[in-house]
Ligand binder design. Structure first.
Ligand code: SAH
Length: 358
């Protein structure tokens, strides 16, 4: 094992990174250029797993994902539920349906509920706060995570007071120019970043992240993503390969690489040792063993779907999304076996970050 790390051909950049992960943009670029060197990959994977085991042992946390609306006011070019996709069949769950999803999730052992959706104005601050309060009251022992895009500081404050604990808002790309290729002009990286800092200020456990292989992404963009993560120090980082959706402008683009995603998972684990790192559905969609490989690369979270079966297929961010035809219980049973297969164990606890990011 040690031999890999000390191997003669292991690239200098990787060696330096393991010794001191505090790289500059140029350092990260050099590191990412080693992503196809098997010896480098082995050394980084080994180090990532060592760190992951040190902080989290063999535990894999579960987050029950409730995709409660696919209405969206935004028009992100990569996303299947963007406003401009007139073929998307829109739905929104009622408060009661959301609570039913939580009840089923709780029964199955979930202690974190993630409310994710498009930016749907029907869910005003008041309506959202009512739903959050209802979940908080019924499940005082559970974590409530929101993933509903950009809102004002005041809205985020209201949700926090209503009982929300965590917030997922991927920055998508930390490079201005690249951000402009993925989003229309009415969206900006500056606002996205401001939201993330607001959320941190309000005491949320915050998740940032990006797609791997989105159209126009360069090694430099990825290096900037890593620099940004180093600055933000989020509690969670969600990354997954870009996957084209047939009704978007990017329909004909290539999907991101599973291998590069796995490499970056290991890099992020080393960069932010205690971070919560999901093996994402997008990874499992591109490769039938994707989520297992993600766990073996340093991930420690999975996010099975708790959305009602009748709406699963409608929350179509990209093509061929997995787990849209099974009940939550079937999904979790299958996942339990997969996780055990790579030597880890699904646990039923809130799974807060080991210590707040500094
Ligand atoms: N509206 C919320 C939730 C977005 S959906 C928000 O703005 O945060 C969750 C994530 O799915 C997005 O942040 C994006 O990174 C990812 N996603 C969207 N389209 C995708 C695609 N075509 N391929 C891979 N991931 C995609």
């Amino acid at each position: 094992m040690e031999s890999a790390r000390n191997g003669k051909t292991m690239k200098q950049a990787a060696k330096r990174f393991i010794e001191n992960p505090d790289l500059t943009k140029e350092g990260f670029e050099e590191l990412i250029r080693c992503a196809d060197d098997p010896e480098t990959v082995n050394a980084l994977t080994e180090e990532a797993v060592r760190i992951r085991r040190k902080y989290y042992g063999d535990k894999v946390y579960t987050r029950g994902l409730i995709e409660f609306t696919n209405y969206c006011k935004n028009n992100c070019y990569y996303c299947g539920i963007r406003r401009g996709n007139l073929r998307a069949c829109r739905y929104r769950l009622t408060g009661e349906e959301i609570l039913d999803c939580c009840a089923e999730g709780y029964r199955l052992g979930f202690r974190t509920f993630v409310l994710q959706g498009g930016e749907d104005r029907w869910f005003t601050d008041e309506r959202m706060a009512d739903i959050i309060r209802a979940i908080r009251k019924k499940y005082p022992d559970c974590a409530i995570t929101l993933s509903i895009g950009e809102r004002s500081y005041e809205s985020y404050r209201l949700f926090r007071e209503a009982g929300a604990d965590r917030y997922l808002l991927r920055h998508e790309t930390a490079n201005e120019e690249h951000y402009g290729k993925l989003h229309p002009a009415d969206m900006s990286l500056a606002v996205r970043k401001l939201c993330l800092y607001d959320l941190k200020l309000l005491g949320y456990q915050v998740g940032a992240g990006f797609m791997v292989g989105s159209p126009g992404q360069t090694t430099g963009c990825l290096a900037e993503d890593l620099v940004f993560l180093k600055e933000l120090k989020p509690h969670m980082v969600g990354i997954g390969p870009f996957i084209p959706h047939h009704d978007t402008a990017f329909a004909g683009e290539k999907a991101g690489s599973v291998e590069l995603t796995l490499f970056l998972l290991s890099v992020i684990r080393i960069l932010l040792p205690e971070v919560l790192l999901p093996a994402t559905t997008a990874l499992g969609t591109l490769d039938p063993q994707g989520r297992e490989k993600g766990l073996a690369a340093g991930a420690n979270v999975v996010m099975p779907n708790l959305s009602p079966l009748k709406n699963r297929k409608q929350y179509e961010l990209y093509d061929n999304k997995i787990c849209t035809g099974e009940e939550a219980a079937e999904c979790i049973g299958d996942l339990e076996r997969r996780v055990a297969g790579v030597g880890y164990r699904l646990v039923s606890e809130r799974g807060d970050a080991c210590s707040p990011a500094r």
